[in-house]
Design a protein around this ligand. Structure first.
Ligand code: PNS
Length: 158
């Protein structure tokens, strides 16, 4: 079992690509949405979880489950018996932060390995921050995020 953690504010097609890949590698993938991130989120925790649930519905993979967590990720992974934490790597710029986090997580939970996966090439440039910036400025995000996320932005004042 692996944990795929994130803020998912909002979930993008890049995240979905990662979840799909991880679900082919592990018997079970727990998509863990962080409750209190340091970031000021656009969508609250309930909405982020709801959007993740509707987004993974399309994958039709029975080995994917969405949960929420608070506190330390590595402790959470250990508590639920996950052998791995999955993180996405898009570009070299992601590496330093991810490297530090992976080593810190290993210090907290020695048995839990961090596994890095790359999204499909078409999503390498994509991030939740860019999606929010695009939406805020009236850009079309429909090809970048699951349909439920697109609709959630359409309903909300920016
Ligand atoms: O999608 P993100 O924002 O890149 O995800 C970051 C996340 C949620 C994985 C990270 O902030 C996290 O693990 N937060 C929980 C606290 C923690 O364990 N931090 C790392 C060790 S200090």
């Amino acid at each position: 079992m692996a944990v795929y953690p994130g803020t998912f504010d909002p979930v993008t097609n890049g995240h979905i690509s990662l979840i799909e890949r991880a679900s082919g590698l592990f018997d079970k993938v727990i998509v863990a949405v962080v409750e209190n991130s340091q970031k000021k989120n656009f969508f609250d925790i309930d909405k982020r979880v709801e959007l993740m649930n509707t987004s993974i519905d399309d994958l039709n993979n029975k080995n994917i489950e969405v949960t929420r967590f608070d506190g330390l990720l590595a402790a959470y992974a250990e508590k639920i018996g996950a052998c791995a934490i999955v993180r996405g790597l898009r570009a070299i710029s992601d590496f330093e932060y991810e490297f530090q986090m992976a080593l810190m997580n290993r210090k907290i939970a020695r048995e839990v390995e961090t596994v890095f996966l790359m999204p499909a090439l078409s999503w390498v440039y994509l991030s939740s921050s860019l999606v929010k910036e695009l939406a805020r400025n009236g850009g079309d995000i429909s090809g970048l995020v699951p349909e439920s996320v697109n609709q959630a932005f359409a309903k909300r004042p920016s």
